[in-house]
Ligand binder design. Structure first.
Ligand code: SAM
Ligand code: SF4
Length: 469
């Protein structure tokens, strides 16, 4: 594709023709693969050509080697913490007609609803009572959901306090805004701003987004640029897998990350890689459905290609699969997820697709998810320290600064785990969690940070909250 500016002066920086050419390359051999893996293990971001090598690995032995490298990279770069969050759907009115989504404007079966401030407070109160500290808020795209309304909702959320404190970080997944809109988000104190390009393949994008603002590919593609210009330093990228060839989308994500690095000298905070799920009144071509096996390859390849980026695996996927896939590179998951608007206040767990965007696969409570993470030897973390201490671009620091994880991430994860165990955990999780805490403490070097950590854990035990490094 020619890199020609559109009428707004925007250039499509996704090199589609080059990507297609690279995807036609022959299968990778062992020495090519090992050269690329050596670069990943050296924590360097890969080029499109190098990612194409990983995508061209087909032999079972070499695939195993690649999976082992992804696992090792995750462990050495990020340690064993998994950050937990909950999505919070606030409104599902929508002017767009995205073919895969239950909220699309031409779906007259869906029940439209927007939380009032009081209803929003009630949802947040339930989330707080279950132990959540980090949220991602979600909206359809509609004139009712302008930047002022969303910024107001963020302030409402932060204003809700329980006996153990309030929500500490609100991230946003909403339609792209203009720079002024992002300034308002920043002023409201949002964490990460994320939007998913859905597909980087323009013909597919056009077919999937026939109406509404979202039909403009470049407006969306530059959403993260405008967010950066508006002062939101942590931006998330994503693609919706199942619309087109997953290998093309993986290359699109990498090209997008390279663009941000080149323009802003900082890459994306996170990658999201949702797979399409069943939705109300939806009829989709299953040709590009991504199998579980290829999903695992995708996760490993994204991990290896952009070692500094956080990776989000959502409750769209069933619990068992999430359990298996986390180790290949994921750093954030949601827990206790409900996506019906107002759904956290409902006691029944059954999903009603006419009230929700899509069907989720993992309906476990936050406590059950934490239980599972502890069984895996992971440290469940609700840490929000970097963002609140002004250390934005934290994933980059974790990854780039030697000792950062030991000095900040692990101690902060253990402090938030301690709070969870005292304030919210079931007896079973409490027992397992205390064991994991003791194990992790014993692994830390005997230095000043460890002494401070021990005294802060004791302070939490005696009633203090929200202590951070
Ligand atoms: N409405 C805004 C937008 O489209 O940018 C905000 C994001 S929407 C609340 C969250 C994401 O859900 C979408 O970007 C899309 O990738 C994903 N999604 C939509 N329909 C889906 C489906 N049927 N299965 C899985 N994910 C879906
Ligand atoms: Fe609306 Fe977003 Fe659904 Fe598209 S994906 S129909 S923009 S809510």
């Amino acid at each position: 594709m020619l890199l020609r500016p559109n009428s707004d002066g925007l250039i499509d920086f996704i090199p589609a023709a080059r990507i297609q050419e690279l995807l036609r390359r022959p299968p990778a051999d062992a020495s090519e693969l090992r050269d690329v893996l050596a670069k990943s293990m050296n924590k360097e971001r890969l080029s499109l050509e190098e990612m194409a090598t990983l995508l061209a690995v087909t032999s079972p032995d070499l695939l195993d080697e690649m999976f082992a490298a992804a696992r090792a990279l995750k462990r050495t770069v990020y340690g064993n913490r998994i950050v937990l969050f909950a999505p919070l759907y606030i409104g599902n009115k929508c002017v767009n007609a995205c073919k895969y989504c239950g909220f699309r404007c031409d779906n007259d079966k869906v029940v439209r609803r927007t939380l009032t401030d009081d209803e929003l407070r009630a949802e947040v109160a339930v989330l707080l009572s279950r132990g959540h500290k980090r949220l991602v808020i979600d909206y359809g795209e509609h004139p009712d959901y302008d930047a002022d309304t969303i910024a107001h909702a963020v302030q409402v959320i932060y204003s809700v306090k329980s006996e153990h404190g309030g929500i500490r970080r609100v991230n946003i997944n909403c339609a792209p805004l203009d720079v002024e809109g992002y300034r308002k988000m920043r002023a409201a104190g949002i964490g990460t701003y994320q939007i998913f390009q859905e597909t980087y393949h323009r013909p597919t994008y056009k077919a999937m987004h026939p109406a509404g603002n979202k039909a403009d590919f470049l407006w969306r593609l530059y959403g993260q640029d405008r967010a950066m210009e508006g002062g939101c330093d942590d931006v998330g990228l994503g693609a919706l897998f199942g619309l087109y060839d997953w290998r093309f989308e993986a290359m699109g994500l990498l090209a997008h990350a390279i663009h941000l690095e080149e323009r802003f000298h900082v890459g994306p905070h996170t990658f999201s890689f949702p797979r399409i799920k069943d939705a109300s009144n939806r009829a989709l071509d299953p040709r590009y459905a991504l199998s579980d096996e290829d999903f695992k390859r995708l996760i490993a390849i994204l991990r290896l290609s952009v070692p500094y980026t956080g990776m989000v695996l959502t409750a769209r996927e069933p619990a068992k699969l999430r359990h298996e896939l986390i180790e290949f590179g994921c750093s954030q998951i949601d827990g206790g997820t409900r996506i019906e608007i107002g759904g956290y206040q409902k006691s029944e767990q059954e999903q009603d697709l006419d009230k929700e965007q899509f069907r989720i696969g993992d309906t476990r409570s936050l406590d059950e998810v934490i239980d599972d993470l502890l069984d895996m030897g992971a440290i469940p973390s609700c840490c929000t320290a970097c963002y609140r201490k002004g250390r934005t671009g934290e994933h980059f620091m974790e990854f780039a600064i030697p000792g950062f994880i030991k000095r900040f991430c692990t101690p902060n994860a253990l402090l938030t785990l301690k709070e969870y165990l005292l304030d919210y955990a079931s007896p079973q999780v409490k027992a397992k969690g205390n064991q994991v805490l003791a194990n992790e403490l014993s692994k830390l070097p005997d230095d000043e940070t460890k002494q401070q950590l021990i005294s802060r854990l004791a302070a939490i035990e005696s009633g203090q909250r929200d202590l951070l490094f």
